[in-house]
Design a binder for this molecule. Structure first.
Ligand SMILES: C[S@@+](CC[C@H](N)C(=O)[O-])C[C@H]1O[C@@H](n2cnc3c(N)ncnc32)[C@H](O)[C@@H]1O
Length: 586
């Protein structure tokens, strides 16, 4: 199962996976590790460490403008995971510039400091115990002109925080520290992790690239983080927030026990979700004013989705999942929801809803205000269409709307004749006014009667929806091709293609044109996936599902994220109000 829907909402790879085709066309070093099948799809061999190295360095160049040199015998950082960690830190300490952080064990890439300094202008003390990694980390800082932001310090493997801070004089207060610790206690544990993978779990999608000195430490990750916790009891508020990544869920319980034992002011854990891999984050502080965000992965488990049985006759549409879905989508789009079509089957559909502002509360008051505004506009800008004054038809001319004439019929101007058509009063008759059909009308109508909905046919509505495609990863690494099935995963395909030596790409017959071949269904889907322009900053994101259960259409709203679940309850109330069936119409 792909965990990408739980990737941090600001992670740039959450909704937009990289195009392997574009990368291969642009970067020969990446192309050298790819294969292309007859349909033009590009595959990367995730079991080849060099291929992973090329993927990371090319993405750093392409997406962040960073030049990175990675030694062939050291860990290759995977970007979605590293970004998830940085975004979690931003949620805790804020995104403002000039924060000070410590990265314990920065690696050859110096990945966290380099990314965070270039994204947020954060300053870092980066420590490293391995000679080769220390040399490369410095090289990577200089290659990206980040010396003013990052200081790399060589330490011994017994040092964690206290000793490095004693020798560092640029600041004596830090906003946070972070760490991706060596995970294993010894070679046996490293092997055991690989060997105990259950038969149900798919084989690891990508090869491990870490050298023993990078992934093994006395006591494994629990031992390493325990050491951090102990040193934090000495340093206390010198570092406002202490954090670390955790590779095994089972480690969390031991660490939480330690934190309780040391009576830290607060602690929290989170999930880093990417591809098929989950990692965890643990944070603690001695400052009670620190606020830890709630993990969206956990939040989804805490509360079941909201449910509602759609009454027959609601919305004036046929009692069918897709008819009701089209009606609801129009309704929600009319109040500025961003709707994104997800999975769709015969009696099932799901739509991801994203709202950037609250448009569903106080609709009555909002309409009244809008009507008042319209009336005051009319008192100075209304002139009769005919030479004789006619209260039924009036022409509203506004500076913004258009120099052209726009016609508005209001209930007030002609209470008897003017019919204000709303979806509620007559869903079937509701006038279809779209920006395309009548830009001027649409503009005024949308301001004056915000709840008018277009009663589009399901068919026309369906043509506008796009198929959601989630970012696929082989473990933490990013793949760009759509997944087919669990047992036929992209990475496995890519790997077998490589192992069998088929379809090796060469620079001369590499085929860029196939990407836009509109006759090719999968490439169409891939292109569509890039059209998901869901807002990344939002107050509410949830999934709306409609399914047929015992001949009844059931609606579900499942929380994905946002300011509070209360907003989702309000949206359900709004939907219910719109779906109330007038007496006698069932
Ligand atoms: C799992 S790697 C993480 C590298 C990098 N931060 C990343 O996320 O890709 C752990 C790193 O910690 C380094 N290391 C081990 N013990 C250390 C210590 N006591 N102080 C600083 N670095 C240490 C290792 O050499 C290795 O580079």
């Amino acid at each position: 199962m792909s965990l990408n829907k739980f990737m941090h909402q600001r992670n740039r790879y959450k909704n937009k996976k990289p195009s392997f085709l574009d990368l291969a066309l642009k970067y020969p070093e990446f192309r050298a590790h790819t294969t292309q099948d007859e349909s033009g799809k590009v595959f990367l061999d995730f079991k080849n460490a060099e291929a992973l190295r090329a993927l990371t360095t090319c993405l750093l160049k392409e997406d962040f403008g960073l030049s990175m040199e990675l030694p062939s015998d050291r860990l290759v950082p995977t970007l979605p995971l590293r970004l998830n960690y940085i975004h979690w830190l931003e949620d805790i300490v804020g995104k403002e510039e000039n924060k000070w952080g410590i990265d314990i064990g920065t690696g050859a890439s110096c990945i966290y400091p380099v990314l965070a300094a270039s994204m947020n202008k954060w300053h870092f003390l980066a420590t490293e115990a391995d000679d080769e990694n220390f040399v490369y980390a410095n090289k990577n800082v200089s290659a990206n002109n980040l010396q003013d932001y990052i200081n790399v310090l060589q330490v011994t493997s017994e040092d964690i925080l206290v000793a490095p801070l004693q020798s560092f004089t640029q600041t004596n207060k830090f906003d946070f520290c972070m760490c991706n610790p060596p995970f294993f206690a010894d070679h046996l544990e490293a092997q055991a992790i690989t060997n105990t993978r259950s038969a149900q779990r798919p084989e690891a999608g990508s090869v491990s690239t870490a050298s023993p000195q990078e992934c093994i430490a006395q006591g494994g990750e629990v031992g390493f983080i325990r050491h951090m916790i102990e040193e934090s009891t000495v340093l206390r508020d010198k570092i406002r927030v202490y954090t670390s990544m955790v590779g095994k869920k089972s480690s969390l319980q031991h660490l939480k026990e330690d934190l309780k034992h040391h009576k830290v002011a607060k602690y929290s854990t989170t999930e880093f979700c990417q591809g098929k891999t989950m990692r965890w984050g643990i944070a603690w502080t001695y400052d009670p004013t620190v606020h830890f965000p709630k993990s969206s992965f956990e939040a989804r488990k805490e509360k079941p989705p909201l449910q509602y049985i759609i009454p027959r006759g609601a919305g004036g549409v046929d009692y069918k999942v897709h008819e009701i879905a089209a009606y609801l989508q129009s309704l929600l789009e009319s109040i500025k929801f961003h709707c994104y079509q997800g999975k769709k089957a015969k009696s099932y559909t799901s739509i991801t809803l994203t709202a950037v502002e609250n448009t569903w509360c106080h609709q009555r008051r909002f309409r009244r205000q809008q009507k008042q505004q319209l009336m005051s506009l009319q008192t100075y800008a209304v002139k009769p269409i005919n030479s004789e004054p006619s209260p039924q038809k009036a022409e509203v001319i506004t500076a913004e709307s258009s120099p052209k004439k726009a016609e508005v019929i209001t209930a007030e101007s002609s209470p008897k004749k003017a019919e204000v058509i709303t979806a509620e009063s007559s869903p079937k008759k509701a006038e279809v006014i779209t920006a395309e059909s009548s830009p001027q009308k649409a503009e005024i109508m949308s301001e004056s009667i915000p709840l008018i909905v277009e009663n589009r046919s399901a068919e026309s509505n369906h043509s506008q929806v796009t198929q959601k495609r989630v970012l696929e990863t082989a473990d933490e690494h990013i793949t760009s091709e759509p997944k087919r099935s669990r047992s036929d995963s992209v990475s496995d395909n890519a790997t077998s293609a490589c192992v069998n030596g088929s379809a090796k790409i060469n620079t001369t017959n590499f085929s860029p044109s196939k990407k836009n071949d509109s006759n090719e269904p999968e490439s169409q889907e891939l292109n569509k996936s890039l059209t998901d322009s869901s807002p990344t900053e939002y107050i509410l994101k949830c999934v709306l599902r409609l399914k047929l259960v015992d001949e009844q259409v059931q609606l579900e709203l499942e929380w994905l994220g946002g300011e509070s679940r209360e907003l989702m309850h309000q949206v359900l109330t709004f939907i219910k109000n719109k779906l109330t069936v007038p007496v006698g119409k069932c």
